[in-house]
Design a protein around this ligand. Structure first.
Ligand code: ASP
Length: 422
């Protein structure tokens, strides 16, 4: 029994959908559940539609027409018969969005977001399932919302693991084997049957949830890179593929910002000793990276770069100390505004935090912090993390950079830097 996850890039056009189904067809002898993301960029476009609808500053119907067109263009390339029922089915999903857009935007933003944005995964999974069936792979499409049960923290829902694992473990194995199951990443459902999402890029996490519920031996995430590399090729001309990685190293790397896998994915797999393969859908014969229990540490230092960082320094107005009371208030505000803290540091009278510059969210956090503290902000910074660092690797990344803050433990070095000429 295996779980596969195909991301947005692997289904971004008709050709890639054909490639994904070719990969699926070579594994049909084993029991297989496939989790799929929305087609490349669809989630961003559906986000824009939600914003236009709520802020009433652009026409959401025009934006939706473009998303529909992208999907129908793909469908017409995949199916010669334009009366195939999939055309109607996909249209019905878009009609569900239209129904929402025809009303006044009265519900809270995060709730509306999940009801609209979730359609991206629903349509991509239906297209993949219909095409797989069309080329002769016995396929069953299932709705992930019937299995992944969450609370009602919309846009960042927390999974109710007991209920979810129980449902997956009881209801899915009887249908596996006869057919390949195709389902959605990223989405879940509350106990009242409202759709939730698990946070951006959450489809990897969905695949891990299904894998844990089914107790599979391994799971494969198919990507447009050869596997886990020691740095993002965007930053380094020469990168190295890491053939094997321990769960701990993988958790650390993704925690510090390596974007190859969603950070929440690894822990549920580690708990059940499930091997995670990261492989290239462009070269499916290559083994990629295996993440599993191993004493092997990373063979090479790994680098993670985060640009557009902001350093927020917080001081009590009365120059009292930063103590637990202040800290819990500050952390609560970060949680409420959904701001992830990338690095933190405190002295007796000052607490500093480094965050991504996510615009509006950060502005509203700063406004709330300023009600109680003196706050200073420095933007345009870069956060560099090196796992298994040494002086040579540090020197390599510091050319023309000045260190503003630095944190080191035995394995990981984090440096907040700015360009020297600024
Ligand atoms: N479609 C969602 C996103 O783009 C989830 C995912 O692709 O993992 O964030």
């Amino acid at each position: 029994m295996q779980v596969f996850k195909f991301g947005g890039a692997s289904v971004k056009n008709a050709e890639n959908i054909k490639n994904a189904t070719a990969i699926i067809s070579s594994y049909t002898s084993s029991e297989l559940l496939v989790v799929v993301s929305a087609i490349h960029k669809t989630t961003n476009k559906l986000e824009e539609i939600t914003q236009a609808f709520v802020n009433q500053d652009a026409d959401p119907f025009t934006l939706l027409a473009a998303v529909k067109k992208d999907h129908f263009d793909i469908l017409t390339q995949l199916f010669d018969d334009h009366n195939h029922p999939i055309f109607n089915e996909i249209n019905n999903n878009f009609v569900e969005i239209e129904w929402i857009l025809e009303e006044e935007p009265q519900d809270p933003y995060d709730f509306l977001y999940d009801q609209i944005v979730s359609q991206g995964e629903l349509v991509s999974s239906k297209i993949l399932a219909a095409y797989a069936q069309h080329i002769g792979i016995p396929t069953k499409w299932i709705d992930a919302r019937d299995y992944i049960q969450t609370d009602n923290r919309y846009r960042e829902a927390t999974v109710n693991w007991d209920l979810t694992e129980d449902k997956i473990g009881r209801e899915i194995p009887p249908i596996l084997g006869e057919k390949v199951i195709i389902t959605q990443g990223f989405i879940g459902s509350t106990s009242e049957n409202f759709t939730t999402t698990l946070g951006r890029e959450g489809s990897d996490y969905s695949a891990a949830i299904f894998a844990a519920g089914l107790n599979v031996a391994d799971i494969t995430i198919w990507k447009d890179v050869p596997g886990v590399l020691n740095a993002d090729p965007k930053w380094f001309e020469k990168t190295e593929l890491i053939p094997e990685l321990s769960y701990t190293d993988a958790i650390e790397l993704t925690y510090y910002g390596a974007t190859v896998i969603h950070p929440k994915t690894i822990k549920p797999l580690q708990n059940k000793n499930i091997t995670l393969n990261v492989r290239s859908f462009l070269n499916p014969d290559q083994p990629g990276t295996k993440i599993r229990t191993t004493n092997q540490t990373l063979p090479v230092p790994s680098f993670i770069f985060k640009v557009d960082q902001i350093l927020i320094s917080i001081q009590p107005r009365d120059f009292s100390f930063i103590v637990e009371d202040n800290l819990s208030h500050i952390f609560n505000l970060f949680h409420q505004h959904r701001i992830k803290n990338n690095m933190m540091h405190n002295t007796a009278i000052r607490f500093s935090v480094v965050v991504d510059n996510t615009g509006e969210n950060v502005d509203s956090l700063l406004a709330d912090l300023e009600k109680r503290y003196k706050v200073t902000v420095e933007s345009g910074l870069e956060l560099i993390t090196i796992r298994y660092y040494n002086q040579e690797t540090i020197d390599r990344v510091l050319v023309n950079k000045e260190i503003i803050r630095e944190l080191k433990d035995s394995y990981t070095c984090q440096m907040l830097v700015k360009n020297k000429d600024e």
